[in-house]
Design a protein around this ligand. Structure first.
Ligand code: AMP
Ligand code: MG
Length: 196
């Protein structure tokens, strides 16, 4: 059976860092798949972009086609081994927020868990400023808060169309990272046990 745990969190929250550390510690064998990587491969193949941060500025129609293609490839991978899917609950496009998992996509992926990594807006702002590799949007703390609120709402709608449980994990400065990683490890171990 395909087995997917979705991990979301707005850009700069520390999602990829937590995922990497959790994977070193979990007993469960997961393959980490980055939704953006797969979409980017498809977008480059179609000669649509040269940088991953250009994708969210493509036309909505094109983004949705790429999204569905990526979802189908991810489904194939999840038939072979459990997948920990690093992605976004919503994507901030120039026109508005786009769902990371519209109905046809959440039905394809059908995750067991939707994990939401959160931090305070000021922590996220600080982390974005320190990440020079990415072309992050410049946002205020209010905008970051609103995006996180929307992501919780989006997760509820995804749970409506799958069997997913929702788990919120906080990643705060100082000791927060350690705790966040422990929480994710616990979920991954349990999720696999439950599935066995
Ligand atoms: P990331 O590296 O996780 O920030 O993802 C890079 C880009 O991939 C995002 O800015 C989006 O354009 C795209 N992306 C990632 N996940 C999804 C998704 N579930 N639906 C649509 N686009 C996505
Ligand atoms: Mg990331």
């Amino acid at each position: 059976m395909p087995f997917v745990v979705v991990i979301t969190g707005i850009p700069g929250v520390g999602k990829s860092t937590i995922t990497k550390l959790a994977l070193q510690r979990t007993r469960a064998k997961f393959r980490v798949v980055n939704f953006g990587d797969i979409m980017f491969e498809e977008a480059v193949k179609a000669k649509l972009v040269t940088h991953r941060d250009e994708m969210r500025k493509l036309s909505l129609k094109v983004q949705r086609e790429l999204q569905l293609k990526a979802a189908q490839r991810i489904l194939e991978i999840s038939r072979e081994e459990p997948v920990l899917l690093d992605t976004h609950a919503t994507i901030k496009t120039p026109l508005g927020y786009m769902l990371g998992f519209p109905k046809e996509v959440i039905e394809v992926i059908n995750p067991k868990f939707i994990v939401i990594i959160e931090a305070t807006p000021s922590e996220i702002l600080g982390r974005r400023l320190r990440d020079l590799k990415r072309d992050r949007d410049v946002e205020t703390e209010e905008q970051i808060q609103r995006h996180q609120d929307l992501n919780r709402a989006a997760a509820i709608s995804y749970a409506m169309h799958s069997n997913a449980l929702i788990k919120i994990i906080e990643n705060h400065e100082d000791k927060g990272l350690e705790e966040a990683v422990n929480e994710l490890v616990k979920i991954l171990d349990l999720a696999v046990e439950e599935d066995a």
